[in-house]
Write a protein that binds this ligand. Structure first.
Ligand code: SAJ
Length: 406
C-alpha cells in the first residue's frame, strides 16, 4: 500500500495514476474539504484527463483521508516554496510531512520525497528528523528522492511517458521504487544518489527559466531598436543548433519561477546567470505595463478603467494562478496606487479582484484596450471579437492588423 501525502497539483495525479494501475493507494491531505471533494468523485483542479482518472482510481479502490496511514511506502508531494528574503528553500512543509510519517510508519518503510528540493535539503533537514525519531536510515527507514517532471496541461500523458530520476542511498531500494513507478511509467528511470537527483530537478527548471529569460531579453532589445523579435527568433531557430523559446509577459507557476532561487540562495556569487535570468523574467510584468502606458499615450487614451487584462493564470488552459505574470502585474499596479484595470479569465471562477469579469463578451464590451496575457484556447478561438479593440498581445497569438506586440 502506498500513502501519497499532499493531494495538490502533483500528489493527486500521481496517486490516481498508481491507483488506476492497480496499486493500493491512500491519498492523504490535511485539507478535509479537499479530501471530501475527492471522496465525492470530484477533482479539485482542471487538468486534461484528470476527471476520468479519478473515476477509474475510485473504481479501483483509492481512498482519501486526512490521516497518515501505517504502511511501507510514503510518497511526499507537498509544496516547497522559497524564503522571499534569503531566497533559500523553505522546507517547512516537507519537514512537517516527514514528522507526521514518523508518527505512524513501521520499521522498514520507505519515504519517497517527490517535492522539488534544493541540493542538500534531504541531508540537512530530512535525515535529522528521521534520526531524531530513533530510526536508523538504511536499516529502519529508507529515504528516496524521486522528483516529478510533469507539466500542467499534459500531466496524465507525461506521468506515463516522461523518464524519471530516482535518488537513493542504496541501489536495491532504487530498484524497488523503480518497480513501483513502473506500474504506470513506461519510460526510462535513472537510479542515482540523492544529491544528484535534487540538483538535477532544480537545474531542469533553471535551464528553462534561463532560456525564457533570453527570449524576454531579446524582446526588450528588439522593442528598443524597432525590430521584430518573433521573426528574428523564427529565423534563428532554423539554425540546426538554435532553439530559442518564446518571449512572454513573465514566468509564473510554482516551479520555474521558484526553483532557480534555491540556487541563488545557496550559492550567492556563483549563481550569476541564474540570478540575471530570474531578474529579467520578473521584470516582464512591469515591461508589459510600460508597453500599455506607451500605447495609451500614442492613442490618446487615458482611462485605465477601459483597459482589460485577459488571463490571470500562469499559462494557457490551466486554472493555476500561482506566481502568474498577471498577478505580478496587478501587484505592481497596486504598489503604484494605480487602480481600475479590468480582469477576466475563463478558468478563474472565484472572485480575486474588484473589477473581475466572468463572461468574455461582457468583459470585452466594457474595455477598449485588451492586453492578452495568457493564450487560452478560448481567446484564440474567438479572436474576431477583438477586431474593434486596441490590442497588446504579449503571447503573439493575434493576427489582427494594428495589434501591438511586446
Ligand atoms: N513560458 C514562456 N515562454 C516559453 C515557455 C514558457 O514565457 O517559451 C512561461 C509560461 O507562460 C509560464 C512559465 O513560463 O508562465 C512556465 O511554464 P512552463 O510551461 O514552461 O512550465 P511549468 O512551470 O508549467 O512546468 C515546469 C516544467 N519544467 C520544465 O519544462 C523544465 C515541468 O516539466 C516540471 O515538472 C514543472 O515545471 C515542475 O513541477 O517543476
Amino acid at each position: 500500500m502506498v500513502n501519497v501525502i499532499g493531494l495538490g497539483y502533483i500528489g493527486l495525479p500521481t496517486a490516481l495514476m498508481f491507483a488506476s494501475h492497480g496499486v493500493d493507494v491512500v491519498g492523504t491531505d490535511y485539507n478535509k474539504e479537499l479530501v471530501n471533494t475527492l471522496c465525492q468523485g470530484k477533482t479539485t483542479f482542471e487538468e486534461e484527463g484528470l476527471d476520468e482518472l479519478l473515476a477509474e482510481a475510485l473504481e479501483k479502490g483509492i481512498q482519501f483521508s486526512s490521516e497518515y496511514i501505517v504502511t511501507d511506502v510514503y510518497i511526499i508531494a507537498v509544496p516547497s516554496p522559497f524564503n522571499k528574503f534569503s531566497k533559500k528553500i523553505d522546507p517547512c512543509y516537507v519537514i512537517a510531512a516527514v514528522k507526521n510519517v514518523m508518527n505512524v510508519c513501521p520499521k522498514g518503510a520507505t519515504i519517497v520525497i517527490e517535492s522539488t528540493v534544493s541540493p542538500g535539503t534531504i541531508d540537512k533537514f530530512v535525515r535529522p528528523v528521521i534520526e531524531e525519531n530513533g530510526f536508523t536510515i538504511g536499516e529502519d527507514i529508507n529515504i528516496v528522492h524521486a522528483p516529478e517532471r510533469i507539466i500542467p496541461g499534459n500531466m496524465v500523458y507525461e506521468l506515463k511517458y516522461n523518464s524519471r530520476t530516482i535518488g537513493v542511498d542504496d541501489s536495491a531500494i532504487g530498484e524497488k521504487i523503480k518497480e513501483l513507478y513502473s506500474s504506470f511509467c513506461t519510460s526510462d528511470m535513472v537510479v542515482t544518489d540523492i544529491r544528484t537527483a535534487e540538483m538535477t530537478k532544480v537545474i531542469e527548471n533553471t535551464f528553462r527559466d534561463i532560456n525564457i529569460a533570453f527570449a524576454n531579453e531579446l524582446t526588450k532589445i528588439c522593442h528598443f531598436d524597432n525590430m521584430d523579435v518573433y521573426e528574428i527568433i523564427r529565423i534563428a531557430n532554423m539554425h540546426p543548433r538554435v532553439n530559442i523559446l518564446q518571449p512572454g509577459p513573465g514566468v509564473g507557476g510554482h516551479c520555474i519561477s521558484v526553483d532557480p532561487w534555491f540556487l541563488v540562495g545557496d550559492y550567492p556569487g556563483l549563481a550569476n546567470i541564474i540570478l540575471a535570468a530570474r531578474k529579467i523574467n520578473d521584470s516582464m510584468p512591469e515591461f508589459v505595463l510600460e508597453r500599455v502606458h506607451e500605447i495609451m499615450k500614442e492613442k490618446g487614451m487615458f482611462d485605465l478603467t477601459r483597459v482589460g487584462l485577459y488571463g490571470l493564470t500562469y499559462k494557457e488552459n490551466v486554472d493555476d494562478v500561482r506566481e502568474s505574470p498577471s498577478l505580478q502585474l496587478l501587484a505592481s499596479m497596486e504598489r503604484h496606487l494605480a487602480k481600475g484595470l479590468k480582469v477576466y479569465d475563463p478558468f478563474v471562477k472565484e472572485k480575486m479582484f474588484e473589477n473581475q469579469y466572468y463572461d468574455f463578451d461582457v468583459f470585452l464590451s466594457d474595455v477598449d484596450i485588451v492586453v492578452i496575457m495568457v493564450s487560452h484556447d478560448e481567446i484564440k478561438d474567438q479572436m474576431d471579437k477583438l477586431k474593434s479593440k486596441v490590442i497588446l498581445d504579449t503571447k503573439n497569438i493575434c493576427n489582427i492588423e494594428g495589434t501591438y506586440k511586446l
